[in-house]
Ligand binder design. Sequence first.
Ligand code: CO
Length: 463
Amino acid sequence: MQNKQIKIVETVLRDGQQSLIATRMKTEQMVPILKKMDQAGFHALEVWGGATFDSCIRYLNEDPWERLRTIRRHVKNTKLQMLLRGQNILGYKNYSDDVVDLFVKRAVENGIDIIRTFDALNDLRNLEKAAEATKKYGAESQLTMSYTTSPIHTLDYFVDLGKRLVDLGADSICIKDMAGILLPQDAFDLIQALKSEVSVPIDLHTHATTGVGLMTYQKAVEAGVDIIDTAISPFGGGTSQPPTECAHLALESLGFKTGLDSEKLFEVADYFKGVRDKFRQTGVLDPKVQDIEPKTLQYKVPGGMLSNLLSQLKAQHLEEKFEATLEEVPKVREDLGFPPLVTPLSQMVGIQAVMNVITGEPYKVVPTEIKEYVEGYYGKPPGVIKPDIIKKILPNATPITVRPADLMEPQLPILKQEIGDLAKDEDDLLIYALFPQVGREFLERQSIDFFDIPFDPIEMSLT
Ligand code: CO
């Protein structure tokens, strides 16, 4: 066991900044340090996917594909990894199979080496197409179990899930603990059990939200985990991953190798301290997100969701309902068959809990997304949705049981027609396919040339 190499995935450019600064880091803030990161000895850099795509077009006015190509140009040796939401791609709903296929193709062609694919419900039918496309276009397929706790989510459940991920062609498996609720001994037991049943490498992804992350990694390593995810210290801790340098130094002291170069890590950290300080000054980085929140271990609510719920309540001047909402979340989860709280289910369950508390009558107001979930359009819930809840939400409909995307016709021909010349290539088309409204607005901004800017041509004429 000692001397074994534990591979490290650095997440600052994706999950680190997504967790702490709502994915507002610009490409120009990444470029100066990419070469150094490439030399530090990471197994992979997680740089794309998750919320980065949406944030680029919605807030940063950046072409997300151009960001990927830029990173690829500077990172020549280290693998580039992305997070894909299965059939939801990088959006919040199901897309048709032809969109999933083209998206994966272009992600690989633009430089991605490893695609980590997850489904919020662990409904493997929602991973099939993305997994198939990942293999077809030659990237490593890392398939994911969304970790949560419930009477359904037992050790046997996850071990069985691991075997089924291998059957789906997983080159490696990720245990995705988005809420940071995986306790050290549970991590040990889970990884030991998985290791005895599957032979592909296992990657553990946790968040430092609850304060136990590094201990969880230690036990995971003792149980034989192959890869862990960390974020360089200025963007580590709190709702982000445990800090990279700390994991590296601690593991080396325990006799493991990480392959990381300490000096280079410190240089990378120094650079990102500057970036972090800018986000602190502008208030984008709220110090609260780096606080430890052990209550998450009780409520099982991811850190990002806690802050989100609080701001929703504040907007309605109902912040005194925060505790009540937190207590409502586990009830809603149980009513709905124990979905793991990860995008998009975390947002959906959170909003339903807020509605229940504000109206004082559970499910009096039900958002469309929750109705669609109960109808089966997000896939099969892990457990059983309570019959009286189905009756209340869907008095006249019967839930579907097929794979949701089976009900969708190919969308690309229609999308192509709709967006016309605004999409110069497949990458533009995908921007529109994923986010029809903000995607179109983004493409319109990109396409403005000099003569589209309103001015008085006579006044401006020089003679
Ligand atoms: Co994460």
